[in-house]
Design a binder for this molecule. Structure first.
Ligand SMILES: Nc1nc2c(ncn2[C@@H]2O[C@H](COP(=O)(O)OP(=O)(O)OP(=O)(O)O)[C@@H](O)[C@H]2O)c(=O)[nH]1
Ligand SMILES: [Mg+2]
Length: 290
C-alpha cells in the first residue's frame, strides 16, 4: 500500500512559516533520532533563507546511541548547521539547547532584542514537548499521535528567547516510499493513511535483519522465523492478539508490535544510518521492500 499523508492544515501552515522565517534568528529543526534523514523536511532548505539551523536529534533515548553519534557527525558537516542529540523531556538536555541557541546568535537575546527561535519539524517528533520543557510548564499540547499541534503559537521564555511552536508538516509528494514506511514505523503518519499490517511487516523485516537479538529477547524466541509474516504471527501469539477460535489477529498483532517498537520496549533502535542506500523500492500493493 502506498502511503501519502498531507492533511489540509499542513500546506497552509507551511506558507505561514515560510513568511514567518523572515523574522526568525535561528531555526531549531526537531528530527526523530531513530530516522534523522527520513524525518528531515526537504522543504526547509528552501524556506530557510540561509538562517542558522540547529538540528535536534530528539528521542535519542529511543535510538541506537552508536548510530546517533554518526548522524551528529553527518549533520555537522552541513553549512550553517549544528546538531544536538537530546531527549526533550529532560531539563538538562533542554538547557544545552538554550546555550547553543545563544552561542549561535550571540548578538540577540537582550532586552528589546529577543532571540527569535522557530521550532520546526515533521509531526510527532517532540516539538511541543521540547517547548514545554524549555518553558518549565505545560504550554503546548502534547500527544502520542501525529498532528496534535495544528496552529502555531509564540512563547516568551523570559530569558531573552521567544519561541514559536509550529504544526508538524510533511511534504505533498511522498515519492520515496522507503522514507514513508520509516516515518509510519516511527509514528509520524496519521493512522488513517496507513495499513498497520503492511507497516508491521516492513518493521518486522527490518528488525529481523538489523536487530534480531532484541526481537529474540523481547518475544522469548530461541530462533527467529524465516519470514516477517511468521514473525508477526509469533508476536501476535506472545501479545495475545487472538480472534475468536484462537487464530492470530495479524492486524492487531502488527499494531501492538508497532506500539512496542515506538515506545522503545524492544530496545533502542535506529531505522537508518548515514551512508545506507535509501530503499525506494516499495510501490503500490507491496508491503515493504523484498
Ligand atoms: N521517549 C521519548 N518520547 C518523547 C520525547 N519527546 C517527545 N516524546 C513523545 O512524543 C510524542 C509526541 O510529542 P509532541 O511534543 O506532541 O510532538 P510534536 O512534534 O509537537 O507533534 P505535532 O504537534 O503532532 O507535530 C509524545 O507522546 C511525547 O511524550 C523524547 O525525547 N523521548
Ligand atoms: Mg506539537
Amino acid at each position: 500500500m502506498t502511503i501519502r499523508w498531507y492533511p489540509g492544515h499542513m500546506g497552509k501552515a507551511q506558507e505561514k512559516m515560510a513568511e514567518a522565517i523572515r523574522k526568525i534568528d535561528v531555526i531549531v529543526e526537531v528530527l526523530d533520532a531513530r530516522l534523522p534523514l527520513s524525518s528531515s523536511n526537504c522543504q526547509l532548505e528552501e524556506m530557510r533563507r540561509n538562517k542558522p539551523c540547529i538540528k535536534i536529534l530528539n528521542k535519542s533515548d529511543l535510538a541506537d546511541p552508536t548510530i546517533t553519534k554518526l548522524w551528529v557527525r553527518y549533520f555537522e558537516q552541513q553549512a550553517g548547521v549544528s546538531a544536538l542529540p537530546l531527549s526533550a523531556r529532560l531539563h538538562a538536555d533542554a538547557k544545552q539547547l538554550i546555550k547553543l541557541c545563544k552561542s549561535t546568535v550571540p548578538h540577540r537575546g537582550r532586552p528589546g532584542w529577543p532571540l527569535r527561535v522557530m521550532v520546526f519539524g515533521i509531526p510527532n517528533t517532540g516539538k511541543s514537548t521540547l517547548i514545554n520543557t524549555l518553558a518549565g510548564k505545560c504550554i503546548a499540547k502534547v500527544g502520542d499521535k501525529p498532528a496534535i499541534t495544528t496552529c502555531g503559537q509564540q512563547i516568551d521564555l523570559k530569558n531573552g528567547i521567544v519561541l514559536s511552536d509550529t504544526p508538524g508538516i510533511l511534504w505533498p509528494n511522498m515519492d520515496d516510499q522507503g522514507v514513508a514506511y520509516r516515518l509510519a514505523t516511527s509514528g509520524a503518519i496519521g493512522a488513517s493513511a496507513l495499513d498497520y499490517t503492511c507497516v508491521g511487516l516492513f518493521a518486522a523485516e527490518y528488525m529481523m535483519g538489523r536487530y534480531p537479538e532484541l526481537l529474540k529477547v523481547r518475544y522469548k524466541l530461541a530462533e527467529l522465523p524465516e519470514a516477517p509474516t511468521e514473525m508477526l504471527q509469533l508476536i501476535g501469539r506472545r501479545l495475545g492478539c487472538l480472534m475468536a477460535g484462537g487464530e492470530i489477529d495479524v492486524h492487531r498483532a502488527a499494531e501492538a508490535f508497532l506500539r512496542e517498537l515506538r515506545a522503545g520496549k524492544i530496545g533502542r533502535i535506529s531505522l537508518e544510518e548515514p551512508g545506507q542506500v535509501i530503499d525506494s523500492s516499495i510501490s503500490d500493493g507491496e508491503a515493504g521492500p523484498e
